[in-house]
Design a protein around this ligand. Structure first.
Ligand code: ADP
Ligand code: MG
Length: 356
């Protein structure tokens, strides 16, 4: 168990890192963030910032020498670099969790082995294979790069009037290893955030209902409005996933909810997740503090939700409306402090609370 004043190393200094650093500071820890961007959102909430690439082994060695434990805020870290670091300092979650979840093929296979249903899928390594897989799926499906996708990037849908040819689609995703997934006709999307401690204890937050716009999360709503049996099923499945991964820290599992209440596992995020930001405003403990507790070997906190809520992402120019949101006393606002506003960039979020 980490003692007061211990140091946590954090790979990635975006908004997730910033909220993790804030939680760590409150528990009495120091934070050293590694991020190539000099002006990253987490730097101003950390004790120290090493501006280096994530695969810069010299920088990682410096980090290891200064830290008691290392964690990360995003999953596209070079596996070799994380394994290198693991030889020098405890890393949570571990490289195996990253290996399973970095690649959509191993991720979906792992979900199935855990007893969680997924959509049908084919591994795709070239245009001819894509053509065959599309024929098998009746010309409908969604092509995704196996790695490095987020916010709907690296995805192409088939089944409309102006589909690209398999060759065009393969070129458009950069000829990278991919999967073709069957399209799920879901009723809604939910996610469950679970934290698992070093001693195997787990804590789940209740599911949030997630609405996407243009492939990017727009809103998370709690309670999600589903039947309590479906909610319990989602929480049980997410807990089983964390246990089978022998995971330490906070993770998110996204589900498609079918009309009959059947749950289809879509994606695992081996980290704190945008769809859990509401916990910071509406619960007695946030996903961020639970993560810091878990990786530090602390007991997890009991949590209860004191408010119903809707979390809305402020994307691009939405950030200019922050003062209007803040004028509503029921709204908790969060500005990530990013200097440059770009379309599609997550700039902040707001959570509107309705006491229960
Ligand atoms: P990422 O979040 O990494 O960009 P996802 O796999 O979560 O990738 O896809 C983003 C969104 O696209 C999902 O939240 C969902 O709305 C939609 N989507 C993804 N896969 C499917 C699918 N197989 N069927 C229907 N909709 C999908
Ligand atoms: Mg997703």
């Amino acid at each position: 168990m980490l003692q007061r004043g211990a140091t946590i190393g954090l790979l990635g200094g975006g908004q997730l890192g910033r909220m993790l650093a804030e939680a760590a500071a409150r528990l009495g820890f120091s934070v050293i963030v590694v991020d190539p961007n000099e002006d990253c959102p987490a730097a101003r909430f950390s004790d120290r910032h090493i501006a280096a690439a994530y695969d810069d082994l010299d920088a990682l060695d410096r980090l290891a020498a200064l830290c008691d434990v290392v964690t990360f805020e995003f999953e596209n870290i070079d596996l070799g670099a994380l394994e290198h670091l693991s030889g020098k300092v405890p890393v949570h979650p571990d490289a195996w969790a990253l290996r399973v979840t970095q690649d959509r093929l191993t991720e979906k296979t792992f979900l199935r082995e855990t007893g969680i249903e997924t959509v049908d899928f084919h591994a795709i390594d070239g245009a001819p294979q894509l053509a065959m897989a599309l024929a098998d799926m009746g010309g409908r499906g969604i092509l995704k790069t196996r790695r490095f996708g987020y916010d709907g990037k690296g995805q192409i849908r088939f089944g409309g009037d102006s589909d690209p040819t398999p060759e065009e689609a393969w070129d458009a995703i950069g000829g990278a290893p991919a999967i073709l997934e069957a399209l799920a006709g879901f009723d809604c999307e939910i996610s469950v955030i679970v934290t698992r401690g070093r001693n195997g204890e787990t804590h789940e937050f209740e599911p949030a209902r997630n609405d996407h716009e243009g492939g990017i999360l727009a809103r998370s709503t709690v309670p999600c409005g589903l039947d309590s049996i479906v909610m319990a099923d989602a929480m049980e499945k997410t807990r089983a996933l964390a246990s089978r991964l022998r995971y330490v820290g906070t993770l998110a599992l996204e589900f498609f909810v079918m009309e009959d209440g059947r749950l289809i596992g879509n994606e695992i995020a081996p980290r704190v997740h945008n769809s859990g930001h509401w916990t910071e405003a509406a619960c007695s403990v946030s996903q961020f503090e639970q993560h810091i507790r878990a990786i530090s070997g602390w007991p997890l906190a009991e949590s209860y939700r004191h408010s119903d809520c809707v979390m809305t992402n402020l994307i691009g120019d939405d950030i200019t409306k922050l003062p209007q949101w803040a004028a509503d006393g029921a709204v908790r606002v969060h500005d990530y402090g990013k200097r440059e506003t770009r379309p599609g960039r997550k700039m902040g979020h707001v959570t509107r609370l309705v006491p229960r």
